[in-house]
Design a protein around this ligand. Structure first.
Ligand SMILES: Cc1cc2nc3c(=O)[nH]c(=O)nc-3n(C[C@H](O)[C@H](O)[C@H](O)COP(=O)(O)OP(=O)(O)OC[C@H]3O[C@@H](n4cnc5c(N)ncnc54)[C@H](O)[C@@H]3O)c2cc1C
Length: 510
């Protein structure tokens, strides 16, 4: 501990990244893989804020076509298959059903939109869109009788919080220092670079000298840029709150739904964690503390009402088993309403000082591309050159090799079946979850265990000591919340006394 403390008290690096959401973690991974010395600091847990509160779609954003955001949609669509290949355990293709009736956008407009969506970028394994009769299609069964026709199209699903952790893990395995629960307090210019003061929960004060800074503070980007750098920002953020509710399954097939509503907004209803349906999202201007964002009763009511317009099974606030809210840090483009604000990002690097790069806006879907663009701006300023590498590299656990080739995500089922057979002593549901969470690393997580008692105490439903120890040692998990809501979603099945037991156990590891 003493030597770690000494080592950490003074640090030198090429790049200090502030923020451990998807953008910070993605830039850290890309940069360290190109040979830069990287430190990432995150004031709380990895993905504790916006990057665990998304709708979890790897998508082009069908509705952005209405705002003529063709460039953004194309870029996002191009990323879908790149990402799905990199981590087929935590991302997979999803078919979306859009029920249609006379009160909505005319069918020809939707058909034209879907045609564009299918053709704006190359697709290798995601199927094209099609019209369907909801009287015959399985997705019609849980819907009210007035929805007879619909459209089906493809996008992707991602476990957003795990995507962040896997990027941080890959960065760390390439040599980056990932400091969680470490806030960047101050940054000042020093010679040709920067000097930053970090405050770490574990190690106290750390001084870092960095040749360049990346401000990937999500909803705190403007605040951090103003306070820390003193440099002038030419851009700002619109903070838009979005909330989701989780209810027991409203349907038992693998399709997701996209509903068009009278207020012109769209709502998704997505199969979630086997036993649940995820419904979201809202879009509301937000002026509070991004760290304290919570769903309101009005939002719960709105989401239930929108779902009730479509499903036979009606829901109310009492059915909600969990909810989450996040703040979208959107690039302020002066749009009149929250849904119309651009979802594209902008990277801004001050030309006059040592490099200080601000990340404005973005989506989970475009994080890898954003990281490449950030490096394209930073490398010349640092007098370095190194080629792009992340588009074909698997994320940890994503290298599900078959006959020497990376498998596409629809082959994941084969890997999962083989894993369950190999570990037949594990309850099937738990084995399937391990395959999903850890992919090819699931065996590493299990170590030498050969029977269930080798996994130690079951600290919370489905969480044995073996897994908790791995998450603590390898994935920076420090609290019960980190494990139950971000590294896994086992929190959905937990009672308060089980949360307390897990927390108590974690205290003995620190
Ligand atoms: C409701 C909702 C639905 C969405 N749905 C989708 C979707 O389906 N698909 C999609 O592609 N995108 C979606 N998004 C967008 C996506 O989630 C965000 O663009 C993305 O997560 C932003 O990541 P980030 O890294 O910029 O921010 P964050 O994840 O918020 O990370 C920033 C981090 O910086 C840290 N930080 C701040 N200040 C400091 C400091 N001084 N020192 C150290 N750390 C600091 C914070 O603690 C935070 O963890 C959605 C967003 C929302 C809110």
């Amino acid at each position: 501990m003493q030597s770690t403390l000494k080592q950490l008290a003074q640090q030198d690096c090429d790049l200090l990244i502030v923020g451990g959401g998807i953008n910070g973690a993605g830039i850290a991974r890309d940069a360290v893989g190109r040979g830069l010395r990287v430190i990432l600091c995150e004031q709380h847990d990895l993905a504790q804020h916006t990057s665990s509160a998304s709708t979890k779609l790897i998508h082009g954003g069908l509705r952005y076509l209405e705002y003529f955001e063709f460039k953004l949609v194309r870029k996002s669509l191009q990323e879908r298959e790149v990402l799905l290949r990199a981590a087929p355990h935590i991302m997979w293709p999803l078919r979306f059903v859009m029920p249609h009736d006379a009160g909505q956008r005319p069918a020809w407009v939707i058909r034209a939109g879907l045609f564009l969506y299918d053709h704006l970028a190359h697709r290798e394994f995601l199927p094209a869109s099609e019209g369907v009769s909801l009287r015959k299609h399985v997705a019609g069964v849980p819907l009210k009788g007035n929805y007879r026709k619909g459209f089906v199209y493809s996008d992707g699903w991602v476990d957003d919080a795990r995507l962040v952790v896997l990027n941080a893990l890959d960065a760390s395995e390439h040599g980056a220092k990932i400091l969680t629960r470490t806030k960047c307090m101050e940054v000042r210019q020093q010679g040709q670079g920067w000097r930053a003061t970090l405050d770490s929960e574990q190690y106290g004060r750390i001084e870092v000298s960095a040749r360049a800074i990346v401000n990937a503070a999500g909803p705190w980007t403007a605040q951090f840029a103003n306070a820390a750098s003193g440099a002038k920002n030419t851009h700002g953020l619109r903070l838009i709150k979005g909330s989701h509710i989780i209810v027991p399954c409203l349907f038992d097939h693998p399709y997701a739904y996209i509903f068009q509503n009278p207020d012109k907004r769209i709502i998704f209803a997505i199969p979630y964690q086997d036993d649940f349906t995820l419904i979201g999202t809202t879009d509301l201007e937000y002026t509070g503390d991004p760290g304290q964002v919570k769903i309101s009763d009005d939002e719960v009511g709105y989401l239930c009402q929108m779902a009730n317009r479509y499903f036979i099974k009606q829901i109310a606030a009492g059915d909600v088993v969990w909810s989450y809210s996040g703040v979208r840090p959107l690039l302020d483009d002066s749009a009149l309403n929250a849904s119309a604000v651009t979802r594209d990002y902008l990277l801004e690097c001050d030309e006059n000082n040592p490099p200080f790069l601000n990340v404005w806006g973005g989506k989970i879907t475009t994080y890898r591309k954003l990281a490449e663009e950030a490096l394209a701006m930073l490398l010349p300023r640092l007098g370095l050159h190194a080629p792009e590498w992340t588009s074909t590299a698997p994320l940890p656990g994503g290298d599900l090799q078959q006959a020497g080739a990376l498998v596409a995500s629809y082959d994941f089922e084969r890997f999962s079946t083989e894993f369950c057979t190999r570990y037949s002593w594990l309850p099937k549901k738990i084995a399937q979850r391990y395959a999903r969470c850890y992919g090819s690393r699931a065996s590493r997580m299990l170590g030498t265990a050969q029977k269930i008692s080798d996994l130690g105490e079951e600290l919370a439903p489905g969480i044995y000591e073996q897994e908790a120890r791995y998450l603590f040692a390898v994935e920076w998990a420090r609290s019960a919340e980190d494990i139950l809501w971000r590294r896994t979603k086992c929190g959905l099945y937990c009672q308060p006394q089980q949360v307390a037991r897990l927390q108590e156990w974690l205290m003995t590891q620190q």
